[in-house]
Design a protein around this ligand. Structure first.
Ligand SMILES: *[C@@H]1O[C@H](CO)[C@@H](O)[C@H](O)[C@H]1NC(C)=O
Ligand SMILES: *[C@@H]1O[C@H](CO)[C@@H](O)[C@H](O)[C@H]1NC(C)=O
Ligand SMILES: *[C@@H]1O[C@H](CO)[C@@H](O)[C@H](O)[C@H]1NC(C)=O
Length: 394
């Protein structure tokens, strides 16, 4: 009777599957300890160029002991941190080093990590060139070398990294001209080259860029519309402390997604601002302080619907402060100090309900009572103002 109902016995089908099950367990455990040999080789080469004396006992790199397979789990004593492997434990997909003071060149054999998505060596003391071979890691999405001592140029071959979304090489000793091929980084959203020694102009930029930072370099010349053409997603432009000069034209303020523009501490001599009334502009903050901008304050800044912070402090502006600025309800911070602005400050700035902070000091203004926060700082001497306006009547 029992034999006539075999399907009611659960033990028989299980036994049938047992060999298959065992094979599966065996396969899984084998795969578990089999990092791609090229990856192991590259990790080893990467570690071997780093000065052993800079590898402190409690750092991630100290746990990279190649008597174990790097991706074998659980990683309790060896390869505790610094790397991430793929789900099947065969490939190294990320290196994120701790800021432990590692010092040494970056091995060009890093390029043998051909499945790497993410390389972050920030806040260490790596030096020497960025190896051009990095360009062959076509899977790379993030490259962060911030705050090291890399020198040499930005390898033009990097433009082959068509999957790269973030490139942050700020705070190094890199120098030279920016490669004209930058625009080929078609996936790039974040580019930070700040605080290096780059010179020359800005080449054509990648079209999907959202954030651009090149602060604290020696970039020069005029800002050209051609470099920014088609950048419909660009929200942040940080170019302060460079050597940009000449006229800043209105197109920059009218880029379709632009929100923040920082061009402080350059050598711009004039600024043109178009009317934004008919636009959906999201421009929130503009900093043009510490340039050599002449002429009068651009009234059109008042037409930007979301503008909340405006600084044009320490320039060479003449003429009055437009009452339109005072009527601008989105405006919260306004720094116009350190110019030669004259005339009477429009009363609207001191009326109830206007909550603009900032400074109008160090100008040639009248009707700017020291009791008002905006006017707390004193004005230039009458004799200096007279001298300036005798030459240039406004
Ligand atoms: C490293 O990469 C190079 C170039 O792709 C290749 O020729 C070489 O065989 C790789 N080395 C190892 C050990 O996988
Ligand atoms: C690597 O690990 C093995 C086994 O745990 C150990 O014997 C060896 O000393 C380690 N090597 C280093 C350089 O720490
Ligand atoms: C202005 O830029 C120069 C380099 O161009 C830099 O040395 C200086 O610190 C900057 N000043 C400010 C106030 O940012």
């Amino acid at each position: 009777m029992i034999m006539s109902m075999p399907s009611s016995s659960p033990s028989l089908p299980l036994l049938m599957y047992l060999p298959l099950l065992l094979t599966l367990i065996f396969l899984t455990s084998t795969v578990n300890s089999l990092t791609n040999p090229s990856d192991v080789f590259a990790l080893n080469a990467f570690k071997s160029t780093i000065s052993p004396s800079s590898i402190s006992p409690w750092s991630c790199l100290a746990s990279w002991n190649f008597s174990s397979d790097p991706c074998a789990t659980p990683r309790t004593t060896h390869f505790i941190c610094g790397i991430t492997c793929s789900a099947d434990s065969t490939r190294v997909i990320a290196i994120t080093l701790d800021p432990a003071g590692y010092s040494g060149p970056l091995s060009s054999l890093i390029s043998n990590l051909s499945a790497l998505n993410h390389l972050d060596l920030s806040e260490n003391s790596f030096y020497g060139p960025i190896p051009p071979s990095i360009s062959s890691i076509s899977t790379l999405q993030t490259l962060i070398l911030r705050s090291n001592s890399f020198s040499g140029g930005l390898p033009p071959s990097l433009s082959a990294l068509y999957n790269l979304e973030t490139l942050d090489i700020s705070r190094n000793a890199l120098a030279g001209f920016l490669p004209q091929t930058l625009a080929s980084l078609s996936s790039l959203k974040v580019l930070d080259l700040s605080f290096n020694g780059f010179v020359g102009g800005i080449p054509k930029l990648p079209r999907n860029l959202g954030q651009l930072a090149m602060k604290g370099n020696y970039l020069s010349g005029a800002l050209l519309e051609t470099s920014f053409q088609g950048l419909n997603q660009l929200e942040v432009v940080e170019l302060s402390s460079n050597k940009f000069r000449g006229v800043l034209k209105g197109w920059l303020f009218l880029l379709p997604s632009i929100q923040q523009i920082d061009l402080a501490n350059n050598s711009l001599t004039s600024v043109e601002v178009g009317d934004a009334k008919a636009t959906m502009s999201d421009l929130v903050a503009v900093d043009l302080g510490y340039n050599q901008i002449e002429g009068q304050l651009p009234v059109n800044f008042a037409t930007y619907p979301s503008l909340s912070a405006l600084s044009i402090r320490y320039n060479r502006l003449l003429g009055g402060i437009p009452w339109e600025y005072g009527k601008k309800w989105s405006l919260r911070r306004l720094f116009l100090d350190g110019n030669f602005l004259n005339g009477k400050v429009p009363d609207v700035f001191f009326s109830n309900g206007v909550s603009i902070s900032g400074s109008f000091g160090d100008n040639c203004l009248v009707g700017c009572p020291r009791s008002q926060q905006l006017c707390g700082q004193k004005q230039k001497s009458a004799s200096l103002c007279k001298r300036v306006y005798r030459k240039r009547p406004y």
